[in-house]
Design a protein around this ligand. Structure first.
Ligand code: AMP
Length: 318
C-alpha cells in the first residue's frame, strides 16, 4: 500500500474549509493507502499563543479528526514523536540561511515585523523532516506549500549526495482540484482557521451560529431571476455559497433568491455538521479513549521513523 501523510497545524479552530478541502479527502484516502495523519503542534509554536490555548486547540483537533472518521489511520501528535524535532536539527545542518530566506511564506509572515521567532524561519526544515521520516514516494501538495516541498527534495538530495543514500526523494504531485471554501464575509479570501470569526464556519458551530453567519454572508446587489448563478469573478460571494451547498450534497437548481439560497446553504451545512458534532460530543466525553488512540499512533510512528533517524545520524557521523 502507498503511504500517505498529512499534518494539520492547531493554529485555530478547524473550519468548514478544512472539512471539505482536507478532512473529507483524507477520509476517502484511507481506502487505498496507509495513512499517517498528524497534529503538527510543533509548527503551532512558530507564532505566539498561550499554553492553554495550544492545549485546548490540540485536544479539540485530536477529537475532531476522530469524529471526522479518520479512525482507520495512524493518528498522532508530532510532539509525541521526537524524531521530528531531532531530524529537523540534522537537516538544519544541511540547509542554508540563504535558501530559507527565499521562502515566500517566511517573507510574507515576517513582513513589517522587526523580529519574529526563529522557528518561523526554520519551520520549512521541520516540515522536510516531517515528510522524509515517513519515506512517502509522492507528496500531493497545493500551491501554497509547493516551495516547501521543493526545499524538502533539495535537502534530501543534498544530504544523500553529502552523507550517503538515506532519504527517499519524494515526487511532488498536484492533488485533484478540491473544494476551496471562501470566507463568508470576504469571499475573495480563503476561509481560514486563523481568519476572522464572522466569515468562518467552524466545525463545532451550533446550528443557530451557522444560520447567523450564512445570513450575514456577503452576496451582491443583483436581483432578478438569474441572480443565483456561478460567476467566480463577478459574483464571488454567491458562487461560494453555491459551491458550499453543492459540496454539502445540495443543489441550487430552482433557487431564485439570495434569501432562499442562504436558507438552503444553512440547512445543508447543519446537516453535514450534525453527525460529526454528535460523534464529537461522544468522544469528548471519553478523553482517555482519544488520548489512547493518539498514544498508540505515536508509538507506531516511533517504530516507522526510528530507523530513518538512526540512518541519518549514523551517516553524519553521530
Ligand atoms: P490550513 O488550515 O491552512 O493549515 O490548511 C489545512 C488543510 O485544510 C490544507 O489541506 C488546506 O488545503 C485545507 N484548507 C484550509 N482552508 C481551506 C479552505 N478554505 N477551503 C478548502 N480547503 C482548505
Amino acid at each position: 500500500m502507498p503511504r500517505r501523510l498529512s499534518l494539520l497545524t492547531p493554529s485555530g479552530r478547524l473550519t468548514l474549509g478544512n472539512l471539505l478541502g482536507a478532512l473529507r479527502p483524507m477520509r476517502a484516502a484511507q481506502a487505498g493507502a496507509d495513512c499517517f495523519y498528524g497534529i503538527s503542534d510543533l509548527h503551532a509554536l512558530t507564532t505566539p499563543r498561550s499554553p492553554e490555548t495550544l492545549r485546548a486547540a490540540v485536544t479539540e483537533q485530536a477529537t475532531l479528526l476522530l469524529a471526522a472518521g479518520l479512525d482507520d489511520s495512524i493518528l498522532f501528535r508530532q510532539s509525541q514523536v521526537p524524531a521530528h524535532a531531532e531530524l529537523a536539527y540534522l537537516l538544519e545542518c544541511v540547509a542554508t540561511t540563504g535558501e530559507l530566506g527565499r521562502m515566500i511564506q517566511f517573507k510574507e509572515k515576517s513582513r513589517r515585523r522587526e523580529s519574529v521567532r526563529t522557528s518561523l524561519f526554520t519551520y520549512p526544515v521541520l516540515m522536510a523532516a516531517d515528510i522524509l521520516l515517513y519515506r512517502p514516494t509522492r507528496v500531493p501538495v497545493g500551491d501554497d506549500q509547493r516551495q516547501h516541498v521543493e526545499l524538502t527534495r533539495d535537502l534530501a538530495l543534498r544530504f544523500n549526495a553529502t552523507y550517503g543514500e538515506v532519504f527517499t526523494i519524494p515526487e511532488i504531485t498536484v492533488p485533484p482540484a478540491g473544494a476551496r471554501v471562501m470566507d463568508l464575509a470576504d469571499p475573495t479570501r480563503k476561509m481560514s482557521k486563523s481568519g476572522p470569526e464572522a466569515g468562518s464556519i467552524t466545525l463545532l458551530d451550533p446550528p443557530e451560529v451557522v444560520r447567523r453567519k450564512v445570513a450575514r454572508s456577503v452576496t451582491d446587489s443583483e436581483t432578478g431571476p438569474d441572480a443565483v448563478r456561478t460567476d467566480r469573478t463577478a459574483k464571488p460571494g454567491v458562487t461560494n455559497l453555491i459551491d458550499i451547498l453543492v459540496a454539502c450534497g445540495g443543489s441550487a437548481d430552482g433557487i431564485a433568491t439570495y434569501g432562499a439560497l442562504k436558507t438552503a446553504v444553512t440547512d445543508a451545512v447543519v446537516a453535514e455538521l450534525g453527525p460529526l458534532q454528535e460523534r464529537y460530543r461522544e468522544l469528548a466525553a471519553d478523553p482517555a479513549h482519544v488520548a489512547e488512540v493518539y498514544a498508540r499512533g505515536a508509538e507506531r510512528c516511533r517504530e516507522v521513523t526510528g530507523p530513518v533517524l538512526t540512518a541519518a545520524r549514523s551517516a553524519m557521523g553521530l
